[in-house]
Design a protein around this ligand. Sequence first.
Ligand code: HEM
Length: 263
Amino acid sequence: MGTNGHNGLGTNLTYTKFLFVLPYQEDAPTLLKIRTAGSNICRGFFNDYDAEGSREGQPQETIQFLQADGTLEGREGISAARFVAQVSANYRPRLDEVMCELKRRIAGSADLMVLEGAERATRYTSAEMHNYAYKSAQPRVSGRTARNAIIMPMSKAAAWWEKSALERHAYFYPHQDSSGCPAKGHAKAAEPGISTIFRKLYHNPDGYQRPNEFDFITYFESTDENLPVFERICASLRDQTQNPEWKYVTEGPEWRGRRVLRW
Ligand code: HEM
């Protein structure tokens, strides 16, 4: 563990950090300080706001600014963040630099919470699953069209990780549940989202089942009109008769907001 890219559990392809900014106050000087910090940390990064199509595999360092509207009162943890930046790079220490710079620039005005993830090759995806769930997947479109961003961290129970990889595999495909009833499984339960919701899955770069950390971060982008589809697929995934996998899932706090060109 600890080396860039390899931890014995899978290979990290690229790294990402979600930087959640929680201002102490929402007055003009505080907001100015945060906005200035945002324009400083984005130097050298490609801004994903206007990203179109797929840039898979390209060694680009990217940033996406997000912002929550309305009142955040009563929310806790990352759900209470007014501003979020997602930075991605192939070289992990690059993201630490950005995080430290942001932290330094907003010190005294806002708290910073950080979630870290890594992209990895798919693990349960056969050629057929690829055709089904990835080939026709919604490509990334500009934040002017797909305005909404949703970040959902989650973990899986020890009983999940105790299963063999082959056994876990079945949960993503139509299968029979423990009582022999047919279950759609993850991909089929989420089918309406395939062509409508842009999705990204990040793994904990340092492995799974780590105390006080999440196993996964899921990230979604959607147009306003497709948000109801997103709610529907979440409901289907949470429905354990359709998707028995969710028995093993503990969802973390979720963050919702808008993609913006800058804070
Ligand atoms: C939009 C439609 C969706 C489709 C087609 C879809 C499909 C898939 C597929 C095929 C995998 C397996 C990836 C692999 O081979 O490693 C997967 C993994 C995963 N998906 Fe989805 N998904 C969708 C939506 C969602 C949503 C809404 C959530 C969260 C609420 C979610 C959470 C996850 C997680 C956490 C994993 C990793 C599970 C693990 O490795 O144990 N997915 N998804």
